[in-house]
Design a protein around this ligand. Structure first.
Ligand code: NAD
Ligand code: 0WE
Length: 269
């Protein structure tokens, strides 16, 4: 099928594919189908074995390891990209991390080290990447996209420091959009509904969260990787030429509902 919009001749560098369930992989597939040339950066050595065949399946030969806690490693990836392609049109940031122990119990139990870790990996990494991307994107109608979650806006049990980090990430999107607007580069975030990925595995009660989401969301279903991928394609394309600094909810409408949803159907009169 012909893609709705073409990204032929464009390039995208994607951080955050861990496996074929990653949100970043859903985005990669949509960008690839639109004709975009892709490159990937992944975290640990173990993930390299998973990411390499995925990259190959979309005709990509740029797959580099990078711990986003390290400026030198981020710079290395962008330098390699510059040598290979010279410029960049699209940057996808789909990276987040907090200490597992900080994603349970009370928020006030967060340690200073845990707070710093979550903010560093989940927020500052976007700023560090934007700094490296700026010279490669100058004057190219480029786009920077990151991933957020409802816990940035409202208290979601156990999301804790990640909610605070996502709030800072969303504010960073606005400040970066102001910085990059004059360069012709747009900066946006997608606030995705809960999806069963590696980052969601081991989260206590994720299944009941998915059930609650399905029941409450106006579309009466959970959000898919493909839902997020298609909205990412829109934001990264000229279809969204007037959209920057925006947090787009791709959550089947969950965020508009008051909670908890009434259990019973309204009484018939
Ligand atoms: P995922 O586990 O597939 O992706 C998270 C990625 O972060 C992994 O690829 C991991 O390797 C990477 N990462 C963690 N620490 C890193 C480091 N130090 N250096 C480099 N990479 C590192 O899970 P996902 O759900 O696809 O997460 C992608 C993004 O989507 C995250 O920002 C997450 O907060 C966001 N998000 C997820 C959901 C959900 O329910 N799954 C909902 C909304 C937003
Ligand atoms: O952003 C996320 C996940 C972020 C995340 C997940 C982990 C699990 C493994 C960050 N760091 C870690 N560290 C680990 O060691 N989501 C939006 C998914 C998610 O995570 C939750 C959620 C939802 C939804 C945690 C608690 C409550 C809800």
């Amino acid at each position: 099928m012909e893609p709705i919009v073409s990204l032929k001749g464009k390039t995208a560098l994607i951080f955050g594919v861990a496996n074929d369930r990653s949100i970043a992989w859903g985005i990669a597939q949509e960008l690839h189908n639109a004709g975009c040339k892709l490159g990937f950066s992944y975290a640990g050595e173990a993930l390299g074995k998973r990411v390499a065949p995925l990259a190959e399946s979309v005709g990509s030969d740029f797959v580099e390891q990078c711990d986003v806690a390290d400026d030198a490693q981020i710079e290395r990836v962008f330098n390699l990209w510059k040598e290979k392609y010279g410029s960049l049109d699209i940057l996808i940031h789909a990276v987040a991390f907090a200490d597992r122990n900080d994603l349970k119990n009370e928020y006030y139990g967060t340690s200073r080290a845990g707070f710093h870790l979550a903010m560093d990996i989940s927020v500052f990494s976007l700023v560090a990447m934007a700094k490296c991307a700026a010279p490669l994107m100058q004057g190219r109608d480029g786009h920077i996209l990151t991933l957020s979650y409802y816990g940035a806006e409202k208290v979601v049990k156990n999301y804790n420091i990640m909610g605070v980090a996502k709030a800072a990430l969303e504010a960073s999107v606005r400040y970066l959009a102001a910085d990059f607007g004059p360069k012709g580069v747009r900066v946006n975030a997608i606030s995705a509904g809960p999806i069963k990925t590696l980052a969601a595995s081991g989260i206590g009660d994720f299944r009941s969260m998915l059930k609650h989401h399905e029941k409450t969301a106006p579309l009466q279903r959970n959000t898919s990787q493909e839902d997020v991928g298609k909205s990412a394609l829109y934001l990264c394309s000229p279809l969204a030429s007037g959209v920057t600094g925006e947090i787009l909810h791709v959550d089947c409408g969950y965020n508009i509902m008051s909670s908890p949803a009434p259990d019973d159907k309204p009484e018939q009169v």
